[in-house]
Ligand binder design. Sequence first.
Ligand SMILES: *Cc1c(COP(=O)(O)O)cnc(C)c1O
Length: 362
Amino acid sequence: MNHTVYNFGAGPAMLPHAVLEQVQAELLDWHGRGISVMEMSHRGADYMRIVAEAEQDLRDLLQIPGNYKVLFLQGGATLQFAMVPMNLLRGHTRASYVQTGVWSEKAIAEAGRFATVEVAASNTDRQARVVPRQSEWRVSADTAYVHITGNETIGGLEFDFVPELGGIPLVSDASSHILSKPMDVSRFGLIYAGAQKNIGPAGLTLVIVREDLVGHAPAGTATMLDYAVHAQEGSMHNTPPTFAIYVAGLVFKWLNGLGGLDKIAEINARKAACLYAGIDDSGGFYTNAIEHRNRSRMNVPFTLHDAALDKAFLSAADTQGFLQLKGHRLLGGMRASIYNAMPEAGVRALVEFMRDFARRWG
Ligand SMILES: *Cc1c(COP(=O)(O)O)cnc(C)c1O
């Protein structure tokens, strides 16, 4: 493995090196067929097997119950901001959203085109530093569903609980933390995730949806925006993002080979603990202001005590092979994304670099 660079980009993010090597080895000639996966018919037997294995491996990883559909779609998590209300209102007018940061706000804005949005809880009064506890939420009984952003990729804020909503379906945007730890799918009505953070290449969007929530899109819904169409046709109504699904399938196999989500969760917990300790033990040189119980294990934003040092920090980091640490343009500062593919050694090396930098510039 090439240890000269570590890529901390938030997405599209790094992929497991072993997976990239396998993709490279199979790129020109997949399993002796003489062609690349990119050149295969999506309806041919070989490709059908690739998709079926990808779905089964994902089902094994997340222990997805049989009454849930797995859909391989396109349009990113951003299209799900619209498809969720388009498909899940089921005659209701109201949908509830928990506001925890930039991504939930985008989901709220888009849902407002289709539904009356009720903000069940918000953290804007607390500088978006905490996920409101469920005891604070106000959810109307007649709401169609409750939407959360399980991990706020920009703010670096992660849910530390799964809300209990009785019969109201829970929907989660899991784009940046899916597969980072075990998840009890049965507690959710629908889970969606763009692939480019923790699954595979951009261009694929994963939707896991309980069967009884499929088939309620109103008449007039565009064919491609109706979950029922994709569910009935095994995500093959039109040409799916074939190569992205193939690579995602290899990532699922890689995770299963590592020991599954319990194992990767342990590794991710150690990585996050190491990085947050590096920040908290810096004597104020670095700061992360998120409430500890909600600190994201995947995206770690931090600021330097003097923003005038940002440029020097980024330039030194880049020179030493620590890539894409610049924070999101809305927040400034730094952000280290440490998804499944980031090895522990990469996090340890980053913390070492940060310590050195603080010593030199503090
Ligand atoms: C990246 C991201 C999105 C947007 O995903 P696209 O695939 O670019 O549409 C939405 N929600 C979260 C939580 C994200 O991290």
